[in-house]
Design a protein around this ligand. Structure first.
Ligand code: ZN
Length: 143
């Protein structure tokens, strides 16, 4: 394609006197460029980032499901290859199971122990606007 103005190889499309014409770089100044090459920027964080987290009351869920299925704690522990006291701690909510253990529990008991949350929202904060109240301080001391 040749420049509409001077005949050199055209590289840009401009609006010149109301018409779209192709011109070279030098002649582009006579009009308004309409088709400058656009870079498409794909932001990697365009989608909300999600992460998979263990549900907060995993212990209760495991315990309830185990009791419903009729497994003894020892039986279940053997089935998923963990020590009985470890399973007891998991059921008490004192120990967060490793992912592979949690997956086995899910499979053995037919439960869901993971949930998908938006990144950064997995651990709800206790902070309130306006700083700590007396109630919060007492709560912190108990923990
Ligand atoms: Zn030209």
């Amino acid at each position: 394609m040749e420049c509409h103005v001077c005949g050199k190889p055209a590289s840009k499309e401009i609006i010149l006197e109301g018409a779209r014409v192709w011109v070279c770089g030098d002649c582009a100044k006579y009009g308004r460029v309409v088709s400058a090459p656009k870079k498409i920027i794909v932001k990697s964080d365009a989608l909300p980032r999600q992460e998979i987290v263990l549900v907060q009351d995993f212990g209760k869920i495991v315990r309830n499901a185990r009791e419903k299925t009729g497994f003894e704690r020892k039986e279940l522990a053997e089935k998923i290859f963990v020590r009985e006291h470890e399973l007891a701690k998991i059921e008490a909510g004192e120990l967060a199971p490793e992912e592979k253990v949690a997956r086995k529990l899910e499979h053995a008991l037919g439960i869901k122990l993971f949930e998908t949350v938006e990144a950064g929202k997995g651990k709800p904060e206790k902070k309130k606007a306006g700083g700590l109240t007396l109630g919060d301080v007492v709560e912190l001391k108990k923990e």
